[in-house]
Design a protein around this ligand. Sequence first.
Ligand code: FAD
Length: 413
Amino acid sequence: MSTIERVELDAVIFGGGAAGLWSLDALHRAGYRVLLLEAGDLGSGQTIASQGIIHGGLKYTLTGLLTPSARAIRDMPGRWRRCLAGEDEPRLSRTRLRGHYCHLWRSQSFRSRLAMLGARAGLQVAPVPLDPDERPAVLRRCPGTVARLDEQVIEPASFIEDLANPHRERILQIDCANGLEFLTTGPGEVELVRLINPDSGSAVDLAPRRVILLAGGGNASLREQLGLSAERAQSRPLHMILARGTLPTLNAHCVDGTSTRLTITTTRDARSRDVWQIGGRIAERGVKLDPDRLVHEAVREIRATLPEVDLTGTQWTTYRVDRAESAAQGVRPDSIGVVEEGNVLTGWPTKLALVPMLADEVLRVTRAGLSADHEQDAASIDSALRDWPRPRVALPPWETISTWITVDSAEPV
Ligand SMILES: Cc1cc2nc3c(=O)[nH]c(=O)nc-3n(C[C@H](O)[C@H](O)[C@H](O)COP(=O)(O)OP(=O)(O)OC[C@H]3O[C@@H](n4cnc5c(N)ncnc54)[C@H](O)[C@@H]3O)c2cc1C
């Protein structure tokens, strides 16, 4: 009878999106024996679908007040900037930037003017109004204020790759349906995580002192498997819009009243076409619309707010994605969410920008219960898991969607 190999660990992380990978890096650098388990592709779910804006809180000050959300997030752009420049850990100098900053333009309403002023209060990253000749061409003739906001915009796929690369040996592909079992002694008290190698069928037992759930939309069902309530999690849907073709580069928010009417970010697809990702209020309201109706609405909105952009020949589609967060009665939580129960920690960053803050908290809680013993790390992990399959990085939505609608002329679609 063959014995099942047992791997003693300080921590096992579930989920290889931004939160899991950043936390893996933090725990590993602090000297803990840690593995990350990924059920699909790295970043699939929210990170690969996100717009990549490293928010500094502007969106949350449009009421004119320094809200708790804005207070939580305002230090994040500086921290990311240092990592992206390779000056701080994790060093992310291979992460591609969609833009060094964002722009803001506003609709004509009086409330939008007030909101732009209010937004300047109390933020590290406050909007800087621009003269017409300093604006991007596409916003040059906008009648209202146009401002620059020092929020960098990252390309999520390259960020996931950059963050995962130094840790490939510590990241394992798992099959949640057929290759994962827990041995628990009570709710949130995990003794063993048994994994079946998806390629060879052989089993390995992980004996972690801490289990860390950072699996986004997967947290709820993992919690149920561990005897914990799924009601600590909430999900808020979005229906995002994509346009591709020849489009101007724009990373910008259109402020309307106290909300962002549209948020546009720009990237390139594998065939070098410009791709616009369009979110903001339209993607929240669009949840109730079917894709054709939402595309129609988006084209109308772009024509209304950016009349100079020629959409002829551009192609449009939509994708649905849920934001996975800690429960907050269906509204966006003010900051990160962390719950500690038994030896299980569950976390939700709420925003990509807040991921470093979540990783700090994961490290703090882990440190409170464990000591560092880096020396055993490589030896124990390497021998048992050397040939285990490793997950790849997820493809972004514009590389996987096959149905696009062409806008042929200036006429309404
Ligand atoms: C459309 C959209 C746009 C956004 N834009 C921005 C933005 O511009 N700026 C910003 O700050 N925030 C933005 N956000 C929010 C941000 O993307 C998320 O807060 C962040 O990416 C969440 O990261 P995560 O690692 O917690 O989750 P995810 O990125 O969802 O990663 C979860 C990972 O866990 C894996 N997994 C799932 N179940 C299991 C399981 N049972 N076992 C193992 N692994 C599992 C998944 O495959 C995935 O790899 C946006 C969100 C959306 C949806």
